[in-house]
Structure formats: C-alpha cells, structure tokens
Design a protein around this ligand. Structure first.
Ligand SMILES: Cc1cc2nc3c(=O)[nH]c(=O)nc-3n(C[C@H](O)[C@H](O)[C@H](O)COP(=O)(O)OP(=O)(O)OC[C@H]3O[C@@H](n4cnc5c(N)ncnc54)[C@H](O)[C@@H]3O)c2cc1C
Length: 347
C-alpha cells in the first residue's frame, strides 16, 4: 500500500499553489482532481468573463502570468496560464478522479475515489466552491413555472433574447451578467442593498493591495474614502457600457413567487420568464463529511489548519481560510503558510 506524504484534493489555483511550495520541500505528494484538464472553476464560468485584476495581479507564486494584450485578461488566457503553470513545475496530478469521501484509518487519511483508494499522512482540501452554488429560499419558489439557473451554469445571453429576465445578486457576477443579458432583452436587477460600485479607476489592484495590508496586519489607506471589499463591483468595461445604457438600476427583493413571476413588496405581481441567481457559493466540503468536523458549512481552522483534525489543511474557499484566499493574488500567501506548517508536521 502506497502512502503519500500529502494528498491535495482539488487541482484549481489553490491546489496548484500548495503543490508549488510542496515540491520545493521534496515531499511525496499527489493532487487528485475530478476534471479532465487544468482550470478549476474557471472552466465553468461564462464565455465572455474577463478578470477584474490586471495580469500582474493575476499571477500565482513563482511565475508571473504572461502579459495579456487586454488590460484585464480573458478567462481563457488564465486557464492557459494554469495549464502551463502545472507543466512548468511538473506537478504530480491525477485528473478525472473524483474524491468521494475521506476517513481516518489509524493515523492515516484514507481517501476513497471513483478510481480507487489513496492513503496519506497529511491532507490538503482545495475543492473550491463552484460545486456548491447557493440559491436563497423564497416562498412558492417551487410553483414558479419559468426557468431558474445559477450564475455557475450561465454561459452567454443567446438563449435569453426576447425573454423577460430577473437577475438576483449584487456582486460582480450579478452586475456583469446583467450587463450582458440587458443587451439582448428586458431585465430587472434585484439586490439586498443598493449596489456598491467602485470608482472607475479602482480595480482589483486596489482591492488586492488592501488585502495584502490586512494580511500583514498593516492599516489600509482609506484616505480616498473607498470601502475596500472584494465583493464591491469593479467597473470593468462591460459594466461601464451598461451604465452608459442606463440599466444598472436595482430593486430590493420581492416577497414571493407566483406561477408566472414574482410578487413585489407592495403586493403587485410581475411576470418573468427566467431568474438568474447570482447569489454566490458555499464551500464544497462534501467529501470531508465522514470526519464529522463540519459546522455551519465550514470547518473551524487556525489559519488554514483544521482545529479538530490537525493533519488537515483547507486552502481557497474564502476569507475564513485566510483573507482573500479565494482570489488568485491572495491564495499564494495562504498556500505558503500551509506548506510551512505541513512540512513541520512531516519532519
Ligand atoms: C465568476 C467569477 C469570477 C472571478 N473573478 C476573479 C478575478 O477576476 N480575480 C480573482 O482573483 N478571483 C476571481 N474569482 C475568484 C477565484 O479566483 C475563483 O473562484 C477560483 O476558481 C478559486 O480557485 P480554487 O482553486 O479555490 O477553486 P476551484 O477553481 O473551484 O478548483 C477546485 C478544483 O477541485 C475540483 N474538485 C472539487 N471537488 C472535488 C472532489 N470531490 N474530488 C476531486 N476534485 C474536486 C474542482 O473540479 C476544481 O477543479 C472569480 C470567481 C468567480 C465565480
């Protein structure tokens, strides 16, 4: 029976970042990933998606992303970069392998997959959030006869022409999908609060600078009075263009569905053909359920290390595994710290 020093579950940017630091330590590791090629969740996002960060802020540790001819790289350029990153560092990765469950056997992790059993001394889970799209509950949602989809399955606006579309969610996904769909048909945007648009000259650069300051425990320069949050809407060109068309108007949520549409807070009904939920994700921790350490869709961690299972680390996912760890720029810092701890455990 082969026992790895470390198994990494998930071969997206978080898994590759951990592998980058691990290979410098000469530990025997393997990444298990259920997709057929590199790219992680970027493979699922919509066709026209451009990053909100310029190339120099869209790089993983060790090797900068090649300069794009666009100021904001297209998602396919980033997927190509991930593919090349993996090859450049000769990463040990087994694709088309879905991890079903993780158990402990003696002091080892026993990882059950659809391609056999794997064993390791330490484990990193980097399975992202894309497989757990979140859709809030509204009364009578099940009787609505229109189509409902989550932003993770939205590809482009072609199929929505001449339909009436409700877009729910006040983050970057909601704003960018609204911008695209409103070019071909009638839309209504719903957000919990008035959306917060960053000034035109503020992009991922500023947000990541703020993230770094926070990681280093330094004060964020708020002299320009900008609320730095990774959920603020970045004015990428498609959203600016939508602003010029005067479509960036959001209403507060409706109270319930009815068969043909939604009922607003004042009791009026309005029919819609499609609802696109741009309402975010939860961490994909299904495979870790047998360890019995999941509470409220999270695992209690000290930085990235699971408190109740100290040979397990969680990388990516969201701020609870390190500020900005679910971003390209932020994940390297948490991966480096993870490997430092993991290596001490193995030595
Ligand atoms: C629409 C959108 C736009 C974004 N834009 C930006 C941006 O411009 N800049 C930025 O920095 N960040 C951006 N992000 C955030 C973030 O960078 C991405 O979500 C990124 O994909 C997260 O990487 P990850 O490696 O943590 O997870 P993922 O990319 O989801 O990778 C996880 C991998 O694990 C695999 N996996 C999952 N479960 C299993 C299992 N049980 N067994 C085996 N394999 C499994 C998945 O298939 C996947 O390959 C964006 C996110 C979204 C949704």
């Amino acid at each position: 029976m082969k026992v790895y020093d470390t198994l990494i579950i998930g071969g997206g940017q978080a898994g590759l970042s951990v592998a980058y630091f691990l290979r410098r330590k000469n530990h025997d590791y393997l990444i298990l990933d259920d997709q057929s090629k590199a790219g992680g969740a970027w493979l699922q996002t919509w066709d026209s998606l451009a990053l909100f960060s310029p190339t120099e802020y869209s790089s993983l540790s060790g090797w900068a992303m090649p300069k794009s001819e666009n100021e904001y790289p297209k998602k396919n350029e980033f997927i190509d970069y991930l593919e090349q990153y993996e090859v450049r560092y000769n990463m040990a990765i087994q694709r088309n392998t879905n991890v079903i469950s993780v158990n402990k056997e003696a002091d080892l992790f026993k990882v059950e997959t659809d391609r056999g059993m794997f064993y390791s001394k330490t484990l990193v889970s980097a399975t992202g959030t894309a497989k757990q799209p979140f859709i809030p509950n509204y009364p009578n949602q099940d009787i609505f006869e229109g189509k409902q989809l989550h932003s993770i399955t939205y590809k482009n606006a072609n199929e929505f022409a001449r339909k009436k579309i409700l877009i729910v969610g006040g983050g970057n996904s909601g704003a960018q999908i609204l911008a695209e769909v409103s070019k071909v048909t009638q839309t209504q945007w719903i957000t919990l609060e008035t959306p917060y648009f960053l000034p035109d000259d503020i992009d991922g650069r500023y947000l990541f600078h703020a993230a770094t300051q926070k990681f280093l425990g330094k004060p964020i320069d708020n002299s320009s009075d900008i609320k730095a949050s990774l959920s603020n809407i970045v004015m990428v060109s498609s959203v600016k263009e939508a602003r010029n068309r005067n479509v960036l108007h959001a209403k507060r949520p409706f109270t319930s569905f009815y068969k043909e549409g939604v009922i607003w807070q004042d009791g009026t009904k309005e029919p819609f053909d499609v609802v696109i939920w741009c309402t975010g994700f939860k961490a994909n921790l299904e495979h870790l359920k047998p360890l019995d350490i999941i509470e409220n869709d999270r695992i209690k961690t000290n930085h990235t290390r699971a408190v109740k299972e100290p040979k397990l680390w969680l990388v990516g996912y969201g701020n609870w595994t390190g500020f900005a760890s679910a971003t390209i720029y932020g994940v390297g810092k948490t991966a480096r710290q993870t490997v430092k701890e993991l290596s001490e455990e193995l030595s």
